[in-house]
Design a protein around this ligand. Structure first.
Ligand code: GLP
Length: 246
């Protein structure tokens, strides 16, 4: 595990964006695994700045997003497809046809998951996977479970995740109860995994995930076994817990 600590949200976002930018510069036709949630918004803003200043070219980049709410259309402003278009894709020169998000409107869960696994396979594999962290240690929408999910799966969201994400909806009842998510096996196959955590609210769970026991009850904990795992956080999220790695 490599750890980088920014003094605040802006600095942590810039560190994460620099790592992603380095990946795109080193391999212009790379496959980026992308995440939603409030944490990576600042990172996407820096990537857009870098594109606008001519530093970055996304014309050959492919992207594969982690997850999507089951039942939400791309036009729904709470869908993760909408989020990605709004925060990144519409502002850089990535080709829309090279961007992938699970199909929230596919009613047949098995078909939706198979289709997404085929997309991942055809991409040749993810070079760099960006991840946020849920308050219960979930990555993508892989909730605490008895086993680590290998491939794309349809999950029932836990009440804590529904409550955490309710802030984006009119009320908790409107939060979809299910989602399609890339599996943890697929995340582990990415060549590089970059977890971004910010804010004091994440301090306990980051410690539990990366300094605690590896268990499917804390899904992100398996990243301790990833050979190229980078943790980027701000001082509020990392505290003094990761000083030995800095
Ligand atoms: C959602 C997403 C995750 C994200 C998590 C944390 O559940 N599916 O990919 O990491 O929220 O979100 P935030 O960054 O807003 O704390």
């Amino acid at each position: 595990m490599r750890v980088y600590c920014g003094k605040d949200y802006e600095e942590a976002s810039r560190i994460a964006a620099n790592l992603i930018a380095a990946q795109v510069i080193m391999k212009p036709d790379c496959v980026l695994g992308l995440a939603t949630g409030s944490t990576p918004i600042g990172t996407y803003q820096v990537l857009v700045e870098k594109y606008k200043s001519g530093e970055l070219d996304f014309s050959k980049v492919h992207s594969i997003n982690l997850d999507e709410y089951r039942g939400l259309s791309p036009e729904n402003d709470q869908s993760y497809r909408y989020f990605m278009n709004d925060n990144l894709f519409n502002h850089v020169n990535i080709k829309p046809e090279n961007t992938n998000v699970p199909d929230g409107l596919e009613k047949d869960a098995e078909a939706a998951c198979k289709k997404y696994d085929a997309v991942i396979e055809q991409s040749g594999g993810i070079d760099l996977q960006l991840l946020g962290l849920g308050h219960n240690g979930h990555i993508g929408f892989n909730e605490p479970a008895d086993a680590f999910a290998k491939s794309t799966n349809c999950v029932k969201l836990t009440q804590s995740t529904i409550d955490a994400n309710a802030r984006f909806f009119a009320n908790a009842d409107e939060v979809p109860k299910e989602a399609y998510t890339m599996g943890i096996g697929t995340i582990m196959q990415a060549k590089t995994v970059l977890v971004l955590v910010t804010g004091s609210g994440k301090r306990d769970i980051v410690k539990k995930c990366f300094l605690g026991d590896v268990t499917p009850q804390v899904p992100a904990s398996i990243l301790q076994f990833h050979p190229n795992f980078i943790l980027v956080g701000d001082a509020d999220a990392l505290g003094d817990n990761f000083n030995a790695f800095l």
